[in-house]
Each structure stands twice: as C-alpha cells, then as structure tokens.
Design a protein around this ligand. Structure first.
Ligand code: IMP
Length: 192
C-alpha cells in the first residue's frame, strides 16, 4: 500500500519509516512533488491533523495520513500544546521555543510534561485517528544533539537521558509518535 505522509518534517518521516515495515510504502509531500506548507489553524491536535490529511487527500486522491504533535507542560496548564511549533513566534525556531519554555519554567519545581501525537489517516475518503502519549519531564538545561524540536529538554519517564541524547532506537522505546504509529500499523494490517 502507498500512503502519502503529509509532512515537510524529514525527522518525523524518518521516525515513522523506522516503525513502518513490510508493504506499507510512505512518501513525503516533497517526494510526491507537493510543495505546500499546510496551515495548522485549529485549537486542537485532532482538528489540525484532520485538516492536513483532508487537504492532501482532496488534492491527490491518494490515501494519506498526517500527524500533529504537541508538548503539554502540566505547570503551564498544558502549554505550549497545539502551539508547540510557534511557541516563540512565527519563525518556528526550535531554539527560541526551548528558550521560552525554559524561561517560563525558571524556578518551577513541577517539571511534568508529555508529548501527545494524533495521527489522522484517510483511506478511501474515510478518516480514522490514532493517539500516542509519552509522559516525562522538562530538564533545567539542554542535553544532547540528536532529534529535533524540544528533544534536548525532554526526558521520558523511566529514562535518564533526554530524547536528544538517544539514538532513534532509544527514542522509539518511549516515543509518542512510535505509539501512535504502531496503532496505525495495526489498523492497516487489519484491513488486509
Ligand atoms: P507539529 O506541529 O506536529 O509539526 O509539531 C509541533 C512542534 O512540536 C514541532 O515544531 C516541534 O517543536 C515539537 N515536536 C513535535 N514532535 C516532537 C518530538 O518528537 N520531539 C521534540 N519535539 C517535537
């Protein structure tokens, strides 16, 4: 089965491909020849994910999926949440977003946070969603160079290392995206 993954984020595509095996072929927007930054205008991960996959399915007629992920910090009432990519402004800078997060949490002892991923899958025009959650905490300082986004300041529960100190296999033991992708794979396998 061929599926378009409606993303321009190469890291996400690599992570999802590391979980998908067998006869599920995933192509990114770039590989499908689509040069489009799909807006994420809604107040929930669910609506943004649906909007991205609806847009691509309407454009191509090819089965597709998209995902939206947010970092939800307990002491900040769930922020940055759906605004994770643009937390420090429209520049979508990973560095500026982390600086803002660490500044907001300065002196705060409750560092509890979680990543939540919602995948929206469109098969023959019908949508199904899958969720994956990874609980953890925000560090005081950046640690590690791998990954992307908030990885340098997020340590999952049960680990001593930040996501950015782990390789892909290490992150996949805990990852929100992996959990949601596994549900997607189980669903796709149940169709055949
Ligand atoms: P998006 O809107 O789903 O692309 O993601 C929102 C933002 O959340 C991204 O720009 C990243 O900063 C962050 N993010 C999403 N997934 C991860 C992850 O696995 N690790 C670290 N940050 C992430």
């Amino acid at each position: 089965m061929k599926l378009i993954f409606a993303t321009n984020n190469a890291h996400k595509a690599e992570e999802i491909r590391s979980v998908l095996k067998g006869d599920i072929q995933v192509i990114t927007l770039k590989e499908a020849g689509i040069d489009l930054e799909i807006p994420e205008p809604y107040d929930s991960l669910e609506e943004n994910a649906r909007s991205k996959s609806t847009t691509i399915f309407a454009m191509t007629g090819i089965n597709c999926f998209s995902e939206d992920t947010g970092l939800e910090v307990a002491a900040l009432g769930g922020e940055p949440g759906v605004k994770s990519a643009r937390y420090a402004g429209e520049g979508r800078s990973f560095d500026a977003n982390i600086d803002k997060l660490l500044a907001r949490l300065e002196g705060v002892t409750d560092r509890k946070a979680r990543f939540r991923t919602v995948i929206s899958l469109f098969i023959d025009g019908r949508e199904t969603q899958f969720e994956g959650i990874c609980e953890g905490r925000i560090t005081e300082k950046r640690k590690g160079e791998n990954g992307f986004g908030y990885d340098p300041v997020f340590v999952p529960d049960g680990a001593a290392l930040s996501f950015a100190e782990m390789d892909m296999a290490g992150k996949n033991k805990f990852s929100h995206r992996k959990k949601a992708t596994e549900k997607l794979v189980a669903f796709l396998n149940s169709l055949s």
